[in-house]
Design a protein. Sequence first.
Length: 147
Amino acid sequence: MTDDMLIRVQGHAGFISLNRPSALHALTLPMVHAMTQALLAWRDDDAVQCVVIDHADGRGFCAGGDIAFLRNSAINDGGISGRKFFHDEYQLNHLLFTYPKPVVAFMDGICMAGAFPRGDREYEIRNAGNRHWPFSGCGRWLVSVAA
């Protein structure tokens, strides 16, 4: 486990709280592993009926992957640890995409990342001037009408 992630069950909900405010809760490999372990433990646990993902303190939900770590990987190990991060993060994304229980993410403040897939919809964070807001649903539709 990692101190950068607060994981608990409260009532019938499993809570995953990002706890790395100094880096806008940017995900690290240990955070990805902690999230994956919690989700796998709760998947078949009847006492946990839904999962809530939020952040502990700070100015925003998540800055996505840890860019400083990825840059360091590119410079120092030829990108090996960076590729490991993305492999494991994409496994986590797939787990969330196929998760059998409702997953709710409370996103406030600064929210950065590529996409938040869930079910048959795509959730993306779009930049509107200085504000970030979630965008839902049009990604696949736009691709289908453009083809």
